[in-house]
Ligand binder design. Structure first.
Ligand code: URA
Length: 431
């Protein structure tokens, strides 16, 4: 078999066999297939799609590219969560400590920034010392000892996803249902979870722009999960405006810590409590969502969720003094508070444009392996539906130089639409 023939077959809309998919993923993992062939194959998949059978085979090949963990000797029911990617989506930083503090051990493999969406691993790395690459042994030991792990793909765990993910980020091949489904589910299967809550984002700042696309992705991931013997709950959540207020790595960590201290923006807090409640039900800690939500709220109010986050950061080598004093986290020097140009009702905060502007500031990558600027980004001060007065602060920009700051101001100002007619707030969850 030759890699080029597999690329050509997909380019010409052929259906790949399981052997061809396994061969390609094995070559990618052992380094015999170079980045340029992998990127070319990704583009062929993006343009021509995959059948459900091909996507399932791809998922299993990616999960099997490293070790597939079995957590049954470590925890009673291993529950995981994953978001399909959004702007300002720092949910894992809050939800994992909540559920772990509520008595449900949780180990999660997250991703880096992808296209205009941010990534949990990049956010965590804004805490000096935090290690996202754990060996299998470290993963299991930490789960046993403190009941919470938040790491990335490694040479041991789903390495094929690590490689494809980094290429997709910078090659225009993110927005593909089979590539997203296989990327998400390969990590969930390799991580040894028995049950998973999938937060499928829909809207302008998501990769799925319509409910129909989001349902298709959710159905496919559920089918793959069930085939692999996992219980799956899919939530379809709104991503037409940034989640919470902060967009940018360290800024989002600050907002997550604020939320763990029982504060934080109302929409973000509500989102976290809802996801946590579903995880607590799947993990059989509670029998109904309402009880899960009450328990989750308690962990925020009594400080146990924050204590769990602190323990997590310390266990993975992070300097907890940055968790105790988040204002020590990186912060870009050129800060501008931008005022509303007119009074009216906020009808749009276009999330994709905000995400792209934060990547341009240096919060995301233009090329594979680019270093990030952890201190840049935005704080968006209003939500769709708010009544705004001219001159009121609309958003704040954090930039590393004046030119980038000025460009970001223009881009994010254009992403805010203020009109005369009252506007209803946007839903947090659709289904
Ligand atoms: N999260 C992932 O892990 N992969 C994707 O492709 C999108 C979101």
């Amino acid at each position: 078999m030759r890699p080029v023939d597999i690329i050509i077959k997909k380019r010409d809309r052929g259906e790949l066999t399981r052997e061809e998919i396994n061969f390609f993923i094995k070559g990618l993992t052992d380094g015999s297939i170079p980045d340029y062939q992998a990127a070319s194959w990704l583009m062929a998949v993006l343009l021509n799609g995959m059948t459900a059978r091909e996507t399932t085979d791809l998922t299993l090949a990616m999960a099997n590219s490293g070790e597939v963990l079995d957590m049954s000797h470590v925890v009673k029911i291993a529950v995981d969560k994953h978001s399909t990617g959004g702007v300002g989506d720092k949910t894992s930083l809050v939800v994992l400590p909540i559920v772990a503090a509520a008595g449900l051990p949780v180990a999660k493999m997250s991703g880096r920034g992808l296209g205009f969406s941010g990534g949990t691993l990049d956010k965590l790395e804004s805490i000096p010392g935090y290690r996202v690459n754990l060996s299998t042994e470290e993963f299991e030991t930490q789960l046993k000892n403190i009941g919470v792990v938040l790491c990335g793909q490694s040479k041991d765990l789903a390495p094929a996803d690590g490689k494809l993910y980094a290429l997709r980020d910078v090659s225009g091949t993110v927005q593909s249902i089979p590539l997203i489904a296989s990327s998400v589910m390969s990590k969930k299967i390799a991580g040894g979870s028995q049950a998973v809550v999938l937060d499928v984002k829909v809207g302008d700042g998501a990769f799925m722009k319509t409910l129909a696309e989001a349902r298709e992705l959710a159905t496919l991931m559920t089918q793959i999960g069930e085939l692999a013997g996992r219980k799956v709950t899919c939530l379809l959540s709104g991503m037409d405006q940034p989640l919470g207020c902060a967009v940018g790595n360290a800024l989002e960590v600050i907002e997550a810590i604020d939320t763990l201290h029982d504060g934080g923006p109302a929409d973000f807090r509500e989102h976290c409590l809802h996801v946590a409640a579903h995880m607590l039900v799947l993990g059989e800690i509670v029998s109904a969502l309402e009880a899960g939500r009450t328990l989750a709220e308690q962990t925020l109010a009594d400080g146990s969720a924050f204590a769990k986050f602190r323990q997590l950061v310390s266990a993975q080598g992070g300097d907890v003094s940055f968790v105790d004093s988040p204002l020590k986290l990186p912060r870009a020097p050129f800060v501008e508070v931008v005022a509303a140009p007119r009074s009216g009702f906020l009808s749009q905060v276009q999330a994709q444009a905000v995400g792209e502007a934060s990547v341009d500031l240096g919060a995301g990558r233009a090329k594979k392996g680019d270093a990030l600027d952890f201190g840049v980004g935005f704080v968006i001060h209003h939500k769709v539906g708010d009544s705004i007065k001219q001159g009121q602060p609309l958003f704040t920009v954090y930039a590393s130089d004046e030119l980038k700051r000025d460009e970001a101001v223009q881009a994010v100002l254009a992403a805010h639409v203020i009109g005369d007619a009252p506007v209803s707030p946007l839903p947090l969850f659709y289904e």
